[in-house]
Design a protein around this ligand. Structure first.
Ligand SMILES: [Fe+2]
Length: 187
């Protein structure tokens, strides 16, 4: 189940909203052009291979690909047994605010991660969990935190091979907003 926290984006961010109400979350995200959908969860895929994950969600993936014209789908995975330096490097990659030329579309198969969407003076921190399909439109300023002990399996959808290269804004806002570990601990 998704968990949403909304913050102001000033020097000392304030919490504007904290909710697990799925209808309220969908409405709040729709206002900033971000789509959140839910698929029925297939259990037992934690640690599964990419082929097993894609086979388990074959029909749902095919429907989204047909609908949105994605040309490439893969599975990103990081487990608790990953070496600390690998986990830290993976976390650091998209921890600063950036945009992409392509939509960023992720379905969470297992585990969790937070997408922070910085739009119209607010930051929507979307804590994604199994069953969540989040579509962040291209050029939306955002960052992603998987926490200091990353644990997730996610299906990724792309329109082209390099659409997900990050264009970093240089804004330090991600250091002012509570991180994954803080938000996860406060639930
Ligand atoms: Fe991104």
């Amino acid at each position: 189940m998704t968990y949403l926290t909304v913050y102001t984006d000033g020097p000392a961010p304030e919490t504007l909203l904290r909710t697990e109400d799925q209808a309220e979350i969908a409405t709040s995200l729709k206002e900033i052009g971000v789509r959140l959908r839910h698929w029925e969860i297939v259990d037992g895929l934690d640690g599964a291979t990419q082929d097993e994950v894609l086979a388990a969600y074959r029909d749902q993936v095919a429907a989204v690909v047909a609908e949105e014209g994605y040309t490439f789908v893969d599975v990103a995975q990081l487990g608790p047994d990953a070496p600390a330096d690998v986990a830290a490097a993976a976390r650091a990659k998209f921890l600063n605010e950036h945009t992409h030329d392509d939509d960023e579309v992720r379905f969470f198969v297992s585990g969790s991660g937070i997408f922070y969407l910085h739009v119209d003076g607010k930051v929507h921190a979307v804590f994604c969990e199994p069953g969540d399909l989040l579509s962040v439109p291209k050029q939306t300023t955002h960052w992603f935190d998987m926490g200091t002990r990353p644990h997730f399996t996610a299906i990724r959808f792309f329109h082209d091979d390099d659409g997900w290269v990050g264009d970093f804004t240089g804004d330090s806002i991600s250091s002012r907003i509570p991180d994954y570990d803080t938000i996860a601990a406060g639930r």
